[in-house]
Design a protein around this ligand. Sequence first.
Ligand code: ATP
Length: 407
Amino acid sequence: MGLNKKSVDDINVAGKRVLVRCDFNVPLKNGEITDETRIKAALPTIEKLLKDGGRVILCSHLGKVKNGPNEGESLAPVAKRLSEKLGREVNFVADYNVTGEAATKAVEEMKEGDVVLLQNTRFRGKEETKNGEEFSKELAELADVYVCDAFGSSHRAHASVAGVTDCIRAKGGECAVGYLMQKEIDFLGNAVENPVRPFVAILGGAKVADKLNVINNLLEKCDTLIIGGGMAFTFLKAKGYEIGKSLVDEEKIDYCKEMMEKAEKLGKKLLLPVDTVIADGFPNPIDAEIEVSTVDADKIPADKEGLDIGEKTAALYADAVKSAKTVVWNGPMGVFENPILAKGTIAVAKALAETDATTIIGGGDSAAAVNQLGFADKMSHISTGGGASLEFLEGKELPGVVAADDK
Ligand code: ATP
């Protein structure tokens, strides 16, 4: 899919103030950043804008900010790490108001090549999350040009993603997407809309209900759809199998039947587990040592719970991946947080790592699993946005993309 949107290569930022919406929503533990992937992913766009002579004003959200502004969700640790990565001082405006006097002053004092980071946009509460006009205007007042590079937030029509673009345009400014946005959309868009075939899509995770539209859309686009994880059991139940105490979406059984019929009608392969790893119940705590055994998928005892795909299934899925030219994967094959139940997820990750196909990991838990298992380098693309990539795979338009100027 060609992205017909202005990018940072299409705009002139020399001497201008450029507001860049990044996704600096990084995991923190005791105030320390535990995974800097999202910071690293933002660097190419920032460096390009600096090279072109822009004054770069960065903004982002961090965390959910459920109880109002607080130091635990301040972007201060990001400013520090970003300064190290860029090799230049990032001037952090710690003011909980995000915009306002402190931000205005910091921006006024900027010289070419300077970088300012505003405070967590979610500190403005509903003004940010409900796309508030006033906050959008205040953000736009700080800049001449706007760049969205926050793929992980691009599925939300928030003020710093959507509203701000109208205000920038109203004063004659341009709105573009950054390199990260472009890369994400190129990979995900090409995979879904214009895949080199065979195209295999692998879906896992907990519930069918969370991925109804993804299943439906991918079934139309792919050649083979592989289902694993907790959501497979609703499909198995729809086939009439006993699934014991396994996770099930009772209300989605008919939907699963529909999808199986649709696959048949379209001549698509829909692969379901042929065997499953079972235990007495869900591990508690999640990484507790538990006793497991493996049974065929149609022989799950009534008092057992299926928690991972079995070896035969893993081999079947790996085989399907082997002959693919494009693979998209979202959602683990089992309760991968527990090493005893991570084998199915590892087997699939390994199959993806070993193929020459274009391999795309759709963020969230599968991205975490691939990173954890050390396979990250072997994938063509690991999305930085779980929710955003899922909406993309559903075929939805992302507000953060729509909001940029057409070329
Ligand atoms: P995200 O929403 O972060 O993008 P995801 O789409 O990769 O994640 P989820 O739908 O959130 O996946 O599901 C992941 C969870 O599903 C994991 O915590 C895993 O333990 C759980 N899970 C996988 N298989 C099973 C199973 N057989 N029974 C119960 N839970 C399972």
